[in-house]
Design a protein around this ligand. Structure first.
Ligand code: PRX
Length: 629
């Protein structure tokens, strides 16, 4: 594969310039480095008002040939996938590119034998085991559209997703191991399928060996692959054919099935993976996300495999068997690039640093962060204890909708700045807008927007193009609107300040909740905090802070006074929360995001109308907050 890597800040600035001058020729040159059955006729056609975006039109490809077949001539015996099981006493698996290719082809033939064909939707509800990656790639091999549903979702959430996309097959497992818990996936799937008439068959992987009830549409994975050949020519796909659907929660109503297509997604995930992490031949790369989320799709499976990397897949959780597991795995597999979420870092930070320092982390070269703003304290802890001040930290801003990382530093190549995602990737045209949609120049704070399409932008919401237009292209016509606020420093670095819907106007002042939380988190007793607005007679809105503290508080009044003055010192007296409530946890989604929508309702005293809580991980916390309000 052609080398896509920027190796210096000059390479980066030249690329930014070229992409601005002629985006089509810029992306066209990058796309030439991939294996296409037929080259595209037109690089880009788009109209943000429609909205419609099409990349590499007329091009034909199969992404799995880029992930697998292409590497068989250059490095068939290289490890493609390292599987680290939940239980450290179970042996890790090292799967070569040759073996992964064979297993994907077999699984693809298994799907075909069970009636799957190009364009069908296949739901995957599986634990983090190699067969999950194999299932994803097997769908792509035959041109079926995969819809992975995170294995922590409930039966009703699973059913809603299956029905929305009319999936014809379900791939699941008897159960999944996560820490000391076993999730009865088949039982949950059985519940879901009571309401899913489109499913013809369920293929069940045996992972835990637990008892499962058996229905006439059920098939065992091991029996089905046994019958299948390991020769499976890849289906030739048009560049704009859908590759997958992935659901993300909306601010209202049902989840949005974001649709990603074959050509553009392939080009952008590989390009961004290679540049952000500066992957080098022989490196071991580990992203701790679950393949149920976009981070797992783009940066466990597709991006790393397209560039021929060794990608590590971890079945477990950071706290099992103890809070040193991440570091134990890094040491065991000599991980070079480690990519995780701030929520994990904050959780680990609460525990003795000896759990980190006792492991040999000398192989680490690059650290990454994703999913939410990383606060100063977590950034410095990560830098000091994990990176030993020697590993660049890439703070990567992106979304399910964007398919790949859009704002980030490139490890060791462009400067980092704690709590700043820093610069847009070359080829990504980021702007800041004021409330009226005017572009702001220079140092500024405003609404983040993107003025030109990039290859991996989601093309639509499955079955609801109107909603796609409303959510992303209507608020600021002519731009893609991600829903985040940001500020930009004099050097053009971006700092994400949080969702725009989290901005609170207090006495006419625009306050981002993220910087207030950063300030609160600086207090020695505070582990995590969330700030939301609530209606206030005089100020319009006031702030309610929920804080988790790391030990028993001796004097709560003293602590809240200190917190208020800390905020006043860091941001200004206007940002001082009116209320500070100590809580034992914050309502979170299963992916670790704080459900601010619920906190806003609770702060507003609307205890009875919390809206959709199907993705809420810890309802007990909500009950506790209600009780103590
Ligand atoms: O608010 C931003 C936040 O997560 C949102 C996207 O969430 P999701 O689609 O679940 O994808 C998460 C993984 C890519 C964004 O709109 N977000 C993501 N990364 C960052 C971030 N906020 C601040 N800094 C980041 N690095």
């Amino acid at each position: 594969m052609k080398d896509l890597t920027y190796r210096s800040i000059e390479d980066h600035s030249n690329a930014v310039k070229q992409a601005l001058e002629n985006p089509e020729s810029f992306w066209s040159k990058i796309a030439e480095g991939f294996h296409w059955h037929k080259k595209w006729d037109t690089t880009l056609e788009y109209d943000f008002n429609q909205p419609s975006v099409k990349w590499f039109l007329g091009g034909q490809l199969n992404i799995t040939e880029n992930c697998l077949d292409r590497h068989l001539t250059t490095h068939p015996d290289k490890t493609s996938l390292i599987f680290e099981p939940n239980d450290p006493s179970e042996a890790a698996q090292h799967i070569s590119y040759r073996t992964l290719h064979q297993r994907v082809c077999r699984a693809a033939n298994m799907l075909k034998a069970n009636g799957a064909k190009k364009g069908d939707r296949i739901c995957i509800y599986m634990p983090m085991v190699p067969e999950l990656t194999i299932a994803v790639l097997a769908c792509a091999r035959i041109g079926a559209i995969h819809s992975v549903v995170f294995a922590g979702f409930s039966a009703s959430a699973l059913a809603a997703r299956i029905n929305d996309a009319h999936c014809s097959l379900l791939l699941t497992a008897d159960g999944g191991f996560r820490g000391s818990k076993v999730t009865p996936l088949k039982e949950i799937a059985d519940d879901a399928l009571l309401n899913c008439p489109s499913i013809n068959n369920t293929i069940v992987l045996k992972r835990t060996g637990q008892h499962v009830s058996w229905n006439k549409k059920d098939l065992w994975w091991h029996e089905e692959v046994e019958k299948a050949s390991d020769v499976c020519p890849a289906e030739v796909m048009d560049s704009e054919d859908p590759l997958f659907i992935l659901y993300t929660s909306g601010s209202t109503g049902k989840p949005k099935g974001m649709v990603h297509t074959c050509g553009g997604y392939m080009v952008y995930t590989a390009y961004s993976f290679q540049n952000v992490f500066q992957y080098q031949k022989g490196d071991v790369y580990w992203c701790t996300a679950d393949i149920g989320w976009i981070t797992g799709h783009s940066y466990i499976v597709y991006g790393p495999l397209i560039v021929g990397a060794t990608t590590l897949m971890f079945e477990g959780v950071p706290s099992y068997p103890d809070y040193g597991r991440f570091w134990e795995v890094c040491a065991k597999h000599k991980v070079n690039q480690f990519y995780t979420a701030p929520t994990a870092i904050r959780a680990l930070q609460k525990h003795p640093t000896e759990l980190v320092t006792k492991h040999d982390l000398s192989s680490l070269r690059v650290l990454g962060s994703v999913g939410e703003p990383i606060n100063e304290e977590a950034w410095h802890w990560y830098d000091k204890y994990v990176g030993k001040h020697e590993c660049p930290i890439v703070d990567t801003w992106w979304q399910t909708e964007t398919g790949g990382i859009l704002i980030t530093s490139l490890a060791g190549i462009t400067p980092q700045k704690p709590t700043y995602a820093t610069l847009p990737m070359p080829g990504i045209q980021v702007v800041l807008l004021d409330a009226e949609g005017n572009e702001l120049a220079g140092e500024a704070e405003g609404i983040l927007a993107i003025s030109h399409p990039w290859p991996s932008i989601a093309r639509t919401i499955w079955g609801d193009h109107k909603r796609y237009k409303n959510v992303y292209f209507s608020a600021y016509p002519g731009y893609y609107f991600p829903g985040d606020g940001a500020l930009r420093d004099a050097k053009g670095n971006y700092r994400i300040t949080g969702r725009v819907d989290d901005v609170v106007i207090v006495s006419g002042h625009n306050l981002g909740t993220a910087p207030i939380e950063n300030a609160l988190n600086e207090h020695e007793l505070v582990v995590e905090s969330a700030v939301v607005g609530f209606p206030h007679d005089v100020k319009g809105n006031a702030l309610h802070a929920y804080v988790i503290v790391n030990s028993k508080i001796i004097d709560e009044t003293k602590m809240t006074d200190e917190l208020r003055s800390l905020v006043a010192q860091t941001i200004g007296p206007i940002a001082k929360p009116d209320r500070i409530q100590v809580v034992s946890g914050l309502p979170k989604t299963r992916s670790g995001k704080i459900m601010r929508r619920i906190l806003r309702k609770l702060a507003a005293g609307e205890h009875g109308s919390l809206g959709d809580v199907s993705t809420l991980l810890n309802p007990e916390v909500v009950e506790e907050i209600k009780k103590n309000s």
